[in-house]
Structure formats: structure tokens, C-alpha cells
Design a protein around this ligand. Structure first.
Ligand code: ACO
Length: 410
């Protein structure tokens, strides 16, 4: 597709935006996401740098006065670490907005159909997204693949089992130290962490700038705690004296303990909130595990396997095996039978006509791909059609040592 597509009867034209369209795109997006105002100009420039590396589509209502843009969708290249440590460049779908005046007329479906065509052409093995609502994306072959826990730690009762070191090994960082240390340690952490998103260079200026639109009059700017092998960024909400951890990276167990020890002993702070992996060791490091309360579970990252062969061959596996999967796909072109043969943790995947041992739809396969959703749970929910011994075999193959965690919203 070159610049626009619409037929004579349909005034809704799907196009690639021009540079001058961006202020209008930001307005549509702010309105659709119920934000107080569009991104400020400096943020917009950095955002367009990100978007420029992917692809943006808009839909223009050419039949209305002013030919307004009524829908937008874009993707960035998002590097994701898969089980075994390989980094896959995924198509990270984002900023999907349809004007309230044009909703439920198939505009989202039209944009995703076009994006999907581009992703297949550009040979992305996977697509990813962070979802505003849970009921939208399964129909397009996405499944929630990473869950996280929203936790609240009460400093008054959070005492560590081990005594504190003489020196905390943690210091507050000034902006120069943050720029030098934070992207580097984040990269180091993400390189080996199942499910981690490695933030591209173009993302950092906006993250570190922490511009005023990210907070209100009662919340502070980010305070960075730096450790040789990690960091934590939190802001204070002065209304209830809570610390909100917005970013936490620990590349070693020691950094995890040292940073949490400081966070959970902030004077005059009634509670510390954070999003952590579902298998985070923090509660077990505390004398009283109830000092950490799990307040909710969030679907942190959705995944869609775009190329079944490439995606399944990218990750490593917990057990050897040889199974034929019958994959169904109600949206794209991924349906078919695939033989998955795993030897020494690596897979060979081929298309086959052989009889399948398990039936699974593409969204379910995408959910279990990183090991963050269990094969047994999905089979028990009726989402995988297989005999119990095949389920046990698949579960052993897809098992991972640590639950995936993305750590970045986009
Ligand atoms: C990755 C991200 O960016 S997540 C952010 C998504 N955006 C938002 O939440 C912003 C506010 N919402 C919106 O802008 C719009 O309502 C959107 C983008 C969610 C939906 O756009 P629409 O153009 O109305 O969707 P469209 O008419 O193409 O619907 C496509 C399908 O999704 C379904 N659908 C759309 N929105 C929802 C929803 N919120 N919950 C459940 N199903 C939905 C439709 O019923 C339709 O189903 P079908 O084709 O299987 O019959």
C-alpha cells in the first residue's frame, strides 16, 4: 500500500501520516485514552523518533468537513528476551485509538489487518502489546503471556531476614549519574531475563526526562536509587505519603536485596507500591511475608506468534519431545500442523500433514510461549485439546526456570 486506500463508496481512507499530521494524531490519542492533554512538544519529537522506526497508519474521514483523522495505530520494533536468552525483535503495537464518533465500525480491525500484513512482509517472528482492556486482542491472535503482581509493602513491618550490610551499597543518583548508569544496567539485566524488553536507545531520553506531564501537583519527580548492579526509580505521592516504584532493575540477587532494603525502610512513608514478577523472591526475604500484600494481578504483556516456525525455534525448552500441534487461527495465516521436535533444549519445527496430538489456537500458543502461562492451566481451561500424557509432555517442554517479566510499558 502506498499512501491511501479507500473505495468510492467508503470515505474512510487508510493512509500513512505526513509529518504535519502528528499534532492531530496526538490529540486523537489523548482523547481516546482519556488523558488531560496531548503530549508536550518536546515529548512528541522523541515519540516520533520511536514511531519512525516502525510504522503508523491513520484513517481519515474524507467525507467530513476538514477531513479529520478518526483512527490511528502504530508499532515500534520492541526487543524481547525469550526463554534461553535470545533477543527477538517484535512488532510492538501501540497507540491504537479510534475516535468515539467512529467506534465499532471495524476501524480497529482494518488497521490491524494492514499492520499484520506489514509484520508478515517484514518477517517479525512475534508481535507484542500492552493492553488497555482484556477483551480486545484475542480475536487478532494475541494472548496474555506475562503477568505481574501489583504489591504494597509496609515499611513499618518489612524487616529483612538477613542483617543490613555496614554500607547500603545504594546511593541516590544525580541526573548525570542516572544517564551514565541506568540504560547500561537495564541493558545488562534485560539481556538474560526471560520476557524482558530491552529499551531501544531512542526510548531513554523521554524516560529519563520524566517530564511534568507524568505527574500531578502532589507527586514528586523520580528519585533514582543506584546500585552497581541495579537501580530503582520511585516518586512520592504527598497526599498519602506513599512511594510509587516506577522502575526496578536488579541484575544480581544482591542488588535486589540492597535496593529493596532501602525502599522498604523509607522514613515517613506509609507504603511502597510496585509491580514485580509473580515469582519475585521479595516476600521470602522478609521475616513477616505479610508485610508485602499482593493487591492485584495484571496482564503485563500480550504476545502474538506471527511466524510459528521461527518463534518456536527461537526459544529453548525444558524437556525433549516430538509432538505435532494443530494450530488454528481465526484472523491470520498461521493455521496448520507443525511438528515440534526438541533435542538438547533446542527445537526444530516443520510443517507437516501427520496426525496431530494437540489442538491449540494461535492466541493460546502465544500465551504459553514464554512460560508465563502454564500448559496444564490452559488444558484444564479447555484451551488445549490433547490427552493428559500429551499435556504433561507439552508442559514439561514449555516449562521455564523463572516467570517472564517485561518491566516496560509501551
Ligand atoms: C495496544 C494498544 O494500544 S491498547 C489501546 C486500545 N485503545 C484504547 O483502549 C483507546 C480507547 N478505545 C478505542 O480507541 C476503541 O474503542 C478501540 C481501539 C478499543 C476499538 O476500536 P473500534 O474501531 O471500535 O473496533 P472495531 O469496530 O474494529 O472492533 C473490532 C472487534 O473488536 C471488538 N472490540 C472493540 N473494542 C472492544 C472492547 N473494548 N472490548 C471488547 N471487544 C472490543 C469489536 O466488537 C469487534 O469484534 P469483531 O470484529 O470480532 O466482531
Amino acid at each position: 500500500m502506498n499512501n491511501s486506500s479507500s473505495d468510492a463508496a467508503d470515505p474512510l481512507s487508510l493512509e500513512r501520516p505526513r509529518g504535519t499530521d502528528w499534532p492531530e494524531i496526538l490529540e486523537i490519542d489523548a482523547r481516546a485514552f482519556a488523558l488531560p492533554k496531548p503530549l508536550p512538544a518536546d515529548e512528541m519529537i522523541e515519540f516520533r523518533n520511536r514511531a519512525g522506526e516502525g510504522d503508523t497508519v491513520i484513517i481519515r474521514d474524507t467525507g467530513s468537513d476538514g477531513r479529520p483523522i478518526v483512527a490511528v495505530s502504530l508499532y515500534f520494533p520492541v526487543p524481547l528476551t525469550v526463554p534461553g536468552g535470545e533477543s527477538a525483535t517484535t512488532a510492538g503495537l501501540s497507540w491504537v485509538s479510534v475516535s468515539a464518533t467512529h467506534r465499532r465500525r471495524g476501524l480497529l480491525r482494518r488497521m490491524i489487518t494492514e499492520q499484520y500484513r506489514t509484520w508478515r512482509e517484514r518477517e517479525f517472528p512475534l508481535a507484542t502489546l500492552t493492553a488497555s482492556e482484556g477483551g480486545i486482542y484475542e480475536r487478532f491472535g494475541f494472548g496474555p503471556a506475562i503477568f505481574s503482581h501489583r504489591v504494597r509493602v509496609t515499611p513499618a513491618s518489612a524487616q529483612f531476614r538477613t542483617p543490613p550490610p555496614a554500607d547500603s551499597r545504594v546511593r541516590y543518583g544525580n541526573s548525570e549519574q542516572v544517564v551514565r548508569h541506568v540504560p547500561e544496567v537495564h541493558r545488562r539485566w534485560a539481556a538474560g531475563r526471560n520476557g524482558a524488553i530491552t529499551r531501544p536507545e531512542t526510548w531513554w531520553p523521554s524516560i529519563i526526562a520524566d517530564r511534568a506531564f507524568r505527574r500531578n501537583s502532589q507527586t514528586s519527580g523520580l528519585h533514582y536509587l543506584l546500585h552497581a548492579d541495579g537501580y530503582a526509580a520511585y516518586r512520592i505521592d504527598a497526599r498519602d505519603k506513599t512511594a510509587i516504584v516506577e522502575d526496578f532493575v536488579a541484575a544480581t540477587p544482591e542488588a535486589h536485596t540492597d535496593l529493596w532494603r532501602v525502599l522498604s525502610s523509607l522514613d515517613l512513608v506509609s507504603a511502597v507500591t510496585a509491580s514485580i514478577p509473580v515469582d519475585d523472591p521479595l516476600p521470602h526475604k522478609l521475616v513477616n511475608a505479610r508485610a508485602l500484600e499482593v493487591q492485584g494481578r495484571a496482564d503485563e504483556l500480550w504476545v502474538s506468534i506471527l511466524d510459528v516456525v521461527a518463534a518456536l525455534e527461537l526459544r529453548t525448552y525444558g524437556a525433549d519431545g516430538d509432538l505435532v500441534l494443530d494450530v488454528t487461527d481465526g484472523f491470520g495465516d498461521r493455521a496448520g500442523r507443525y511438528r515440534l521436535t526438541v533435542a538438547d533444549a533446542r527445537a526444530t519445527v516443520t510443517r507437516t500433514d501427520d496426525a496431530p496430538q494437540a489442538g491449540i489456537d494461535i492466541a493460546t500458543l502465544s500465551s504459553v510461549y514464554l512460560g508465563g502461562v502454564g500448559v496444564r492451566e490452559m488444558a484444564a481451561a479447555g484451551r488445549i485439546d490433547a490427552d493428559p500424557e500429551v499435556v504433561a509432555q507439552l508442559a514439561a517442554m514449555f516449562a521455564v526456570d523463572e516467570a517472564p517479566f517485561a518491566g516496560t510499558f509501551f
